[in-house]
Design a protein. Structure first.
Length: 278
């Protein structure tokens, strides 16, 4: 998520090397989603480099590989253990392991899911994201889900794509984003001391601001309760995701007085401005 060359000239210096992206990112953000692990395993050398690039208070949210969460695997627990072993050099910096369940998963075999979550919990906190509409019924199915998550001390990932689907898909980026992101009801829940939400916005910050207002109130509540919430922000091609994150942090500061390092001057803002031709 941090390897975005579109951020050169704003979050990153213009001459920033790709190998330095994470180090620069961690100066202004204290957490990141590692979605690449969903598609492929990083090498051991890459894991070591990630660990060396961030400060002690930085946290990764790493997604369980798709081959384990979405596909039938003959030995899922053994394979999961191997994957977690790969991540060990990064263990001090892992905020949680993100387990995204397939849209078709209705927890028909809860004991298998619980075994999977329990295995993760031995390594790091687990945050589960569901896509099946039955788990948004505020009744039997959702209560059943929360019962499983509470019994395994796992958190539920909240997801908000309302802003994304509030506009017409009039660009290639919006068409792609609306095709890939789910359109689900928004249920803001906290089952642990580490609640988390993903906000999928657009490039129009006024629209984003309209839709994230309830999250400001929820963050104020969670912080007041002594929780450590995680908030992740996206835009259609993520070029403006840092700006969206910063805008939310500015509004949260006005509401709560809680400052965030993303409000520090970025390279773009701190670069000297030439006043004349010479």
């Amino acid at each position: 998520m941090w390897a975005n060359e579109r951020w050169k000239g704003s979050l990153f210096p213009e001459n920033c090397r790709s190998t330095d992206y994470l180090a620069h990112y961690s100066r202004y953000f204290n957490a990141v989603e590692g979605n690449t692990t969903f598609y492929a395993d990083p090498s051991a050398a890459t894991i070591e480099r990630w660990a060396a690039s961030v400060p002690a208070n930085f946290r990764f949210s790493l997604k369980v590989p798709k081959r384990l969460s979405h596909q039938v695997h003959p030995e899922p627990i053994a394979e999961l253990r191997q994957w977690l072993e790969l991540l060990k050099p990064l263990s001090a910096n892992i905020g949680f392991i993100h387990l995204q369940l397939a849209e078709s998963n209705r927890l028909a075999e809860p004991e298998k899911v619980m075994e999977f979550i329990n295995e993760i919990q031995q390594f790091a906190p687990c945050c589960v994201e569901v896509r099946n509409l039955s788990f948004f019924d505020k009744a039997q199915h959702e209560q059943y889900l929360h019962q499983i998550l509470r019994s395994t001390q796992a958190e539920r990932m909240c997801f908000d794509s309302r802003a994304l689907f509030s506009v017409s898909a009039n660009s290639a980026e919006l068409i792609d984003a609306q095709a890939k992101k789910p359109r689900l009801p928004v249920h803001a829940v906290a089952l642990s001391n580490q609640p988390a939400f993903r906000f999928i916005g657009v490039d129009d910050m006024a629209i984003n601001r309209q839709f994230y207002q309830p999250w400001l109130t929820k963050m104020q509540q969670w912080l007041g309760d002594g929780k450590t919430p995680y908030a992740f922000f996206h835009t259609p091609n993520n070029q403006l995701a840092p700006e969206l994150s910063r805008l939310f942090a500015e509004d949260l500061f006005k509401l709560t007085g809680e400052s965030h390092q993303v409000l520090l001057p970025w390279p773009q803002a701190s670069a000297p401005v030439q006043q004349g031709l010479f």
